[in-house]
Design a protein around this ligand. Sequence first.
Ligand code: SF4
Length: 371
Amino acid sequence: MKKDDDIICDGVTRRDFLKTCVTVTAMMGLPFAMHAKIAEAVETNQNPAVIWLHFQECTGCSESLLRSTHPTISTLILDMISLDYHETLMAGAGHQAEKSLHDSMTANKGKYILVVEGAIPTKDNGIYCKVSGKTSLETLRTLAEGAAAIIPIGTCASYGGIQSVAPNPTGAVGVRDIVKDKPIINIPGCPPNPYNFLSTVMYFLTFKKLPELDTLGRPKFAYGRKIHEHCERRPHFDAGRFALKYGDPTHAEGYCLYKLGCKGPETFANCSVQRFNDTGVWPVSVGHPCIGCTEPDILFKKAIAEKVQIHLPTPPDTYAPVNLKDKGKGADPLTTGVLGLAAGAALGAGAMLAKKLPKDGDHGEEETKDE
Ligand code: SF4
């Protein structure tokens, strides 16, 4: 019988392994008890073959995976799967590497998971990215044929990324623009959170099917909600307190970054909840606006400082409407409460607080203004 402190692989204890299973179970929005089923599926699976291709990219997605600790996801994942081909990590090179690719492809036909990192150039028959004399286009088409499922990891492989920005000299596109007849699960991000990748692989191993996807092919458990909905700066947004300049007091106070170009209100991702590097940080927490890196129409298409259009960037609609002119004509309960509080303050504390009662079109906060 396995004990929790048994080492199951390269310094990772069974306790670490179970903690990871609980984390991904929670991330996928599954009931707590499902973590046992996920652990069992991972343990009993015969290490499914994974072939990982690199095309037009910076290797940041692989880096993100390898930088995770607590426990080392890279260790867990490398022991859970049989990573048969990965140009950055594999020891072999040249003909040896090519042989591994060919052997895995043949032995696991119809069963392997194909992970793609980077965009695929299509212009001039794809001559702008070649490995081993073959274009990315040829390699992707050949490898996609025998794959059980394809996971484009990162925004480049998912939608084309920076390579596909106008004038797009190499005709770069994402996997879904080329492969039409295979299950594709996009894990966009620049880089993506490694837990999203890990959860997707675990889901596939456990349930033998794809997780529910949104219209852009992303798993809904990770990309189902906007960053803005779970951001720790959201109370400042609702109160109308915005950072106006990097390094000034509004920024130092940790105010909302909307006016510095934060794309959180239009970006679907779980960064504000799952965070990065197992240290609880993510760009907004350290003072940088979200750049919308999981969105094909935002990343590298809208300038970092450009504000996204939202209905009302300041908060009158987030408070119960208070209209003193119509006092007594049937306000809702919350409004009544606000009015009661204001009246009490006026009686008890005098004119000081009464002066701050909202007028029409004023939400009662000292709102920061654009310069
Ligand atoms: Fe957070 Fe950005 Fe939304 Fe402000 S605009 S609350 S910083 S996600």
